[in-house]
Every structure is written in structure tokens, then in C-alpha cells.
Design a protein around this ligand. Structure first.
Ligand SMILES: Cc1cc2nc3c(=O)[nH]c(=O)nc-3n(C[C@H](O)[C@H](O)[C@H](O)COP(=O)(O)OP(=O)(O)OC[C@H]3O[C@@H](n4cnc5c(N)ncnc54)[C@H](O)[C@@H]3O)c2cc1C
Length: 513
């Protein structure tokens, strides 16, 4: 093998994001290479989630025959032109097994003949001029730009005194028999913590799940990284007095005491009462982080959110290293705990937008758009909000745009809202006098109300003047010179269909007049 390889774009990581990027680069005929340290595509899913069930839904039967609509409830497929390469064809399970994801990603790479070098771990990235990347064999790769799709490969270990005593979700035993009759503390508030607790309910004598702040439930906050119902059986065992508990507080210290651990918990509910509790096992399930250690100082990306993720511009470019881009779960820094960039059903659209940004910036290819007659703008918007999976999944983060310029009206799909404003201001979309953004959004305080509490009441779905922000609904905003002029919210409804002439179309047409 030649000791130096040159390519235009180097993609690091053959997880779902790296494969999605490579698929789009290949389809556009762009020179690129993917380097993957694992022996197969989707290496992350060969190990995680530890208890092997994905929390991304796989709804095979939708009653729809529109592939775009189906992607609203298929959270695992990558975007491609091949209907055979839909994850829904790999398993009928609503919550699929991680091994099915590994199989799917492997097929995706092979069937698209993507240029992936497996067993190739990047050990250093430097930038004398171009990027120079070296792998564990000493082979170097030279590239004009990099798409780092390396995922969150490191456990996130919070600063707790004695934290070294804790076992990590990353490699703790997943055999419940290993915890028989033991008292177990799981530190963490997310799905990994509760997935682990659920798995021990039958064998451990007592399980405590601890962490600061109020526990957030995904069905209330609409953030799929908060606790999902599929992982919350444990809450029953707590509230129905079966010895287990959720502890609301900070872990102030862990120390050994013979074969046991004494853990200092600072409870948040009552004047920070501090209690030391005895456990047989302590497990840390406090998330993951991006690994920046492979980057040499001259091209080390700045980090954000407790240094867990690379800090990124609206184009997913490093804020301090030009031509270094990010794709996949690490782009969640851009919509942290709000929208879905941390998950396949979010970042797959992010990668497509990133590709269009590269096509424009590096190859002068304009963002795809279509001309719309001024009187047809309402119908164009209505058609999209009733079909789009991208604006549905990346709510409030991804938009369509309607651009009004001297040569007429153009409709542009799937542009990140923040990037759109900057790109219009830069003139990337040509001469634009005024533009509209079209997004799907939850309203203010959507996460404050218990959706199952009927006393909370709601606005009638027929009411064109009112809006119940708790529900996902289309929002159209008008901008001139980058400044928000006004906005229009389409009344939400149970069916998530905005095609009523009286309730949806006429008010929108009136707003656009
Ligand atoms: C515990 C857990 C469970 C999750 N469950 C789900 C879920 O059910 N559904 C969902 O949609 N999302 C889930 N996610 C979120 C997220 O989608 C996944 O993390 C997904 O794997 C992200 O894809 P990615 O391509 O960004 O990164 P990864 O899938 O992590 O891919 C990165 C790839 O880069 C490779 N790599 C890393 N460093 C190097 C290097 N130096 N050199 C070469 N190769 C390298 C890795 O081997 C890996 O194959 C979960 C996340 C976690 C932490």
C-alpha cells in the first residue's frame, strides 16, 4: 500500500453519518475516502446500546405509500434513492435490535460500493498546509478538507471525588446474574442509565438512579434523548414502592469501605441534605463525548458544552479550523437537547444539507431550488408541510425557504435556519429582497404541560385565530434584510395535516398577500 494517499475530502468514521456523507459524495462524483477504525460499518452499534435495543422507532406499517411520509416514522434509514435500502426492510421490530443496524449499515456501504478503508484508525491529524492524516499503520492521507464523523467515542466522566471507583456503562457487565441481590447505584439521568436499571430490576435487591435536576420525559419535552417510555419501567418500581428509587441530587463523592462503596449524595429537594449511602456496585452512565485528541494543536477544534462536542458554525464547520467539518451525532452541539441532530433521524438530513453547502462552496453548485409563481406560494408551502420528513424530524432547526428576488420566486428545501440567514446575507442564494422560512415547531412552553391532563384544556383545531403551542405545527416567518418582519402559525391538529381551506390555506394566503 502506498504510504501516502491524496484525496479531496477525507471522511473519518463509517457510522451512519460517515456513510451518509460518502453516499452523497459518491453520487455527486466527488473524490473522497472514508477511514474507519472498526472492522465493519456501524462499529458503534456492535457495542452500543449495551443492552442492544435501539430507541429509534422502526414503524413498518404506516398506511401510507409515500416514501417521504414514511421517513417521519422510520428513524433508522439513511437517505438514498434505493428503496431496497430502507431499514424497515431489515426487521419488523418497532424498537429494533442494534445488530440489525450493523447489518443494515454494512449492506448500505457494500451496495453503494462506498470507498471505506476498514481497520484504519486515525491516530493523528495535522495541517502543515493541507490536512495530513496518519493511521495506525503509518500511512498518511492528504486532503483539502475533512468531515469528522467519529461519533461520541469517549465516555463522559464527570468530576466526582472517587469517581474512579465506579464502573462505566461503557464496559460494565450486562449480565443481570452478575448483580444478584446487590444494592446498585446508577449515576445518570438519560436512557443509558434507565436502560441499565431496567435490566437489573429482576436480580438486584435495590437500585437507585441518581442525578441532578428534574427528570425529563421525552413524551413531554419532545426531545428524544430525554427518558423514553421504552426505558422507564423503572419508574413504576420506584413510585409503586418496590425498593427502587430515583435520587434527585448531585453525587459528592464515592469511597471504598471494605467491599462496599459509600456514596455521598447531595439531595436537591430539601435544603441540600447530604447523605452517605452504602452500595455493592456503582455504575456511571453519564453520557459520551467527542474525542479531539487525534488533532494536532494547529488544527485542534475548539470544544463546547462542557468540552463534550466540537464547537461548530451554522455550516457544521469548526469555529477555529477552516475546512474541518462535522457530521452525525456530534452535530448535536447545534441543537443541544432541543431537536434531533444527535440521532440518525435528525442528522441524516444534516449530512444532506452539509453536502449541499460543500457543493456550493467547493464546486459552485447552487442549492437545488424551483421557481414558484407568486400566487402558488401558499400551495407550495402546504404541500411541503404535509409531506416533509426533514422539517418534521429537525423541528425548528431545519427550514424550507421561499426567496423573493428580482427574477421571481424560488422555493428551496431543507436549509438549517441559522445557515439560511447567513447565506442569504452573503448572497449565496443570489439577489434576495425578502424571504420566508417554513418550519415545523412546538410552541413556547410545549414541555411545561402534562399532555395527559385534560384540565389543561386546548384551543379548538377549527380556531384560525388561536394556537395551542403544545403541538407540532407549521410556522412561516418573513425576513427582510435578515430582520424578522412578522410570522404566521398554522393551527395545529391531531392528524398533523394542514390542508383545510378555511383553517389553514385561506389564513396563510391572507398572510402572504
Ligand atoms: C448509548 C447510545 C445509544 C444510542 N442509541 C441510538 C438509537 O437507538 N438510535 C439513534 O438514532 N441514535 C442512537 N444514539 C445516538 C447516535 O445516533 C449514535 O450515537 C450513532 O452511532 C451516531 O452516528 P455517527 O455516525 O455520528 O457516529 P458513530 O456511529 O459513533 O460512528 C463513528 C465511527 O467513527 C469511527 N471512528 C471513531 N474514531 C475514529 C478514528 N480515530 N479513526 C477511524 N475511525 C474512527 C468509529 O469506529 C465509528 O464507527 C445512541 C447513542 C448512544 C451513546
Amino acid at each position: 500500500m502506498s504510504s501516502e494517499v491524496s484525496t479531496e475530502c477525507l471522511v473519518i468514521g463509517a457510522g451512519p453519518a460517515g456513510l451518509q456523507a460518502s453516499y452523497l459524495l459518491k453520487r455527486a462524483g466527488r473524490d473522497h475516502l472514508v477511514l474507519e477504525s472498526g472492522a465493519a460499518a456501524g462499529t458503534f452499534f456492535t457495542r452500543f446500546p449495551r443492552h442492544r435495543q435501539l430507541i429509534s422507532i422502526n414503524k413498518v406499517y404506516t398506511g401510507w405509500d409515500d416514501p417521504e411520509l414514511n421517513l417521519r416514522v422510520d428513524w433508522n434509514s439513511l437517505l438514498s434513492d434505493d428503496p431496497e435500502l430502507l431499514f424497515t426492510g431489515y426487521t419488523p421490530r418497532y424498537f429494533p435490535q442494534a445488530d440489525d443496524m450493523v447489518r443494515y449499515l454494512g449492506d448500505f456501504a457494500v451496495k453503494n460500493d462506498l470507498p471505506v478503508r476498514y481497520g484504519t484508525r486515525v491516530v493523528s491529524v495535522s495541517r502543515p498546509d493541507d490536512f495530513v492524516v496518519r493511521d495506525q499503520h503509518g500511512v498518511t492521507y492528504r486532503a483539502k478538507r475533512i468531515i469528522a464523523a467519529t461519533g461520541v467515542s469517549k465516555p463522559n466522566v464527570p468530576e466526582i471525588q472517587g469517581v474512579e471507583h465506579a464502573e462505566l456503562y461503557y464496559d460494565v457487565s450486562v449480565d443481570p446474574q452478575n448483580f444478584v441481590n446487590q444494592k446498585v447505584l446508577i449515576i445518570g439521568r438519560g436512557n443509558s442509565a434507565f436502560e441499565t436499571a431496567d435490566a437489573l430490576v429482576e436480580t438486584a435487591s435495590v437500585i437507585h438512579v441518581a442525578g441532578p435536576g428534574s427528570l425529563k420525559l421525552a413524551w413531554q419535552t419532545h426531545f428524544v434523548g430525554h427518558l423514553r417510555a421504552v426505558n422507564n419501567n423503572f419508574l413504576d418500581t420506584y413510585q409503586l414502592k418496590s425498593q427502587n428509587a430515583v435520587l434527585d441530587g448531585h453525587i459528592a463523592g464515592i469511597r471504598r469501605d471494605g467491599d462496599d462503596y459509600l456514596v455521598k449524595v447531595k439531595f436537591q429537594r430539601v435544603n441540600e441534605v447530604v447523605k452517605e449511602i452504602r452500595y455493592d456496585r456503582v455504575i456511571l452512565a453519564t453520557g459520551f463525548r467527542f474525542d479531539a485528541s487525534i488533532f494536532a494543536p494547529e488544527c485542534r477544534p475548539q470544544l463546547t458544552i462542557n468540552a463534550r462536542f466540537p464547537d461548530q458554525t451554522s455550516a457544521w464547520e469548526s469555529v477555529n479550523v477552516p475546512d474541518l467539518f462535522f457530521a452525525g451525532t456530534i452535530t448535536q452541539a447545534r441543537d443541544f437537547k432541543k431537536s434531533t441532530s444527535g440521532f440518525i433521524h435528525g442528522f441524516r438530513y444534516g449530512v444532506r444539507a452539509l453536502h449541499r453547502i460543500h457543493e456550493h462552496r467547493y464546486h459552485g453548485v447552487d442549492w437545488p431550488s424551483r421557481a414558484v409563481a407568486p400566487e402558488a406560494v401558499t400551495d407550495a408551502i402546504i404541500e411541503r408541510v404535509n409531506r416533509t420528513s426533514a422539517l418534521w424530524q429537525l423541528f425548528a432547526f431545519m427550514a424550507d425557504a421561499v426567496l423573493f428576488g428580482p427574477d421571481g420566486v424560488r422555493y428551496v428545501e431543507e436549509v438549517p435556519v441559522a445557515y439560511l440567514h447567513e447565506a442569504v446575507a452573503r448572497g449565496d442564494f443570489g439577489d434576495v429582497e425578502e424571504y420566508l422560512t417554513v418550519t415545523l415547531e412546538y410552541g413556547a412552553d410545549h414541555d411545561k404541560v402534562n399532555p395527559f391532563d385534560i384540565t389543561a384544556g386546548r384551543t379548538s383545531q377549527e380556531d384560525t385565530s388561536g394556537l395551542d403551542g403544545r403541538y407540532l405545527h407549521p410556522v412561516v416567518r418573513r425576513f427582510r434584510g435578515g430582520e424578522l418582519v412578522d410570522e404566521h402559525h398554522l393551527t395545529e391538529n391531531l392528524e398533523n395535516e394542514w390542508d383545510s381551506e378555511r383553517v389553514h390555506k385561506a389564513p396563510l394566503r391572507e398572510y402572504l398577500r
